[in-house]
Design a protein around this ligand. Structure first.
Ligand SMILES: Cc1cc2nc3c(=O)[nH]c(=O)nc-3n(C[C@H](O)[C@H](O)[C@H](O)COP(=O)(O)OP(=O)(O)OC[C@H]3O[C@@H](n4cnc5c(N)ncnc54)[C@H](O)[C@@H]3O)c2cc1C
Length: 405
């Protein structure tokens, strides 16, 4: 059943049509949605319905980990490692036992939106298809997850972010499937480590969801109070080039072009491309996040903000120094054969490995000729990474100097 209209009024009308007593839905985790949910709750309660908002998006509800916390103010965790340790201890309710029996209702449905508004090409829209795809992933490719997560050409990651963000798949179901897979007695120890790494990725998702739940301001405000006054620019002369995948740094550009072409970017390349935005260009994490929000198929504001803040060094796991990635060295580590870069940047398809990843990258002022279109070229580097990274570090060190507390 599908209904279109202003949220609170539409849900209220539906509750009345269905003769409901209680209205229940899954919590959402970005500030705008949290505010919207509260508004719907108030409208329904005023009209005499009772409301139960449940945590179905994470595998472990924010309150469950917060309840096990012995230190702090009960507002949840700002660091992933202690969170993950507690997350692993929370007893899991088998998915079958927690299923709610739904009663079929012949409620009027509006027409479904046109397929151009569906989550994304190739993205399964129903649970059966999505689970079948995930089961195929679990049968084999997941066993290489640890290297696939780092090296794009080493195999696929699970590609479940869109299905998770739209509720097509549930994190608890995925974890249950992974636990079943881990019962295979013939798994090699590295393969067990791969499954554990995948479970940790889902813990990371829960971590960022609980962060948004307990620190409601964080989707737009910097999590770490002491970093709130640190200056990031709203713009940079090369920002348009970064958005377009034309910075002259192949790994950064390949990531952005992958995103523009498919609505998804490899997880590790996201770190490098986001780092370039925040540190090489000194541009605010919110600007980068919003630039990607338009292009990503997945729609998970809490995960986007949490990760962008983490990269910018102002969010969870505050480190002593910002984690600045060198895009040239990362390209050599993540894409040693240039497979990924050549796939997304056709201009570089015929450039030699030495030029692409050699110890001495091409001079910033020289352009690599574009073989396919004689009059165009792969752009020169828009900034010098070393210079910008060191200038950023110096500014950061001055800001964090003990005098500031
Ligand atoms: C700068 C930046 C921005 C990001 N923006 C988003 C976003 O808008 N939406 C989004 O869903 N993810 C985001 N991520 C997290 C991660 O990159 C994606 O979830 C992942 O690339 C999705 O591909 P996958 O399903 O193949 O991941 P896999 O590696 O197969 O992981 C399985 C699932 O674990 C979860 N997961 C893995 N890594 C993370 C992580 N770092 N944080 C939170 N959950 C994680 C995701 O739900 C993911 O689908 C971002 C990461 C970075 C560094």
């Amino acid at each position: 059943m599908y209904r279109r209209g202003p949220l609170a009024a539409t849900v209220l009308a539906l509750a009345r049509e269905a003769g409901a007593h209680t209205v229940t839905w899954c919590a959402r985790y970005d500030a705008a949605s949290l505010a919207q949910d509260r508004e719907v709750q108030a409208v329904l309660e005023e009209a005499g319905f009772s409301v139960a908002i449940v945590h179905d998006a994470p595998a472990v509800a924010p309150e469950q980990t917060a309840a096990l916390r012995t230190d702090g103010d009960g507002r949840g965790y700002r660091a992933f490692a202690p969170y993950a340790a507690v997350w692993a201890l929370v007893p899991r309710v088998p998915v079958a036992e927690s299923r709610v029996p739904f009663v079929a209702h012949a409620l009027r449905s509006d027409a479904l939106p046109p397929s151009s508004q569906s989550p994304g090409e190739g993205e399964p829209c129903d649970e059966t298809q999505a689970l079948a795809r995930f089961d195929r992933y679990l049968a084999g490719p997941v066993l290489d997850y640890r290297s696939a997560r780092v090296v794009p050409a080493d195999g696929p990651t699970a590609r479940v972010s869109a299905a998770l963000s739209f509720g097509v798949l549930s994190a608890r179901t995925l974890l249950q499937r992974v636990a079943e897979r881990a019962r295979d007695p013939f798994l090699l120890s590295e393969e067990r480590l791969a499954l554990a790494a995948f479970v940790r990725a889902l813990a990371q998702r829960d971590f960022f969801l609980q962060l948004a739940w307990f620190f409601e301001e964080t989707p737009d405000a910097t999590l770490q109070p002491r970093m709130r006054d640190f200056f990031f620019a709203a713009d940079h002369p090369a920002l348009a080039a970064w958005r377009a995948g034309a910075t002259g740094y192949p790994l950064v550009d390949a990531g952005i072009r992958e995103l523009r072409a498919t609505g998804w970017m490899h997880p590790r390349v996201r770190l490098v491309a986001a780092s370039f935005c925040c540190f090489d260009l000194g541009v605010d994490w919110r600007v980068g996040r919003d630039a990607w929000d338009d292009a990503l198929v997945e729609d998970d504001g809490a995960l986007a903000s949490g990760n962008w803040q983490w990269v910018a060094g102002v969010g969870a796991d505050l480190a002593q120094f910002p984690r600045i990635y060198n895009p040239h060295k990362q390209a050599r580590a993540l894409d040693p054969r240039g497979t990924y870069v050549r796939r997304w940047i056709p201009e570089l398809a015929h450039v030699s490995d030495a030029d692409l990843f050699g110890a001495t990258p091409p001079d910033a002022r020289t352009q690599v000729p574009l073989p396919l279109y004689a009059d165009a070229a792969y752009p020169a580097r828009v900034v010098e990474h070393d210079v910008e990274a060191r200038a950023f570090l110096a500014r950061y060190a001055r800001f964090r100097a003990p005098a500031r507390g």
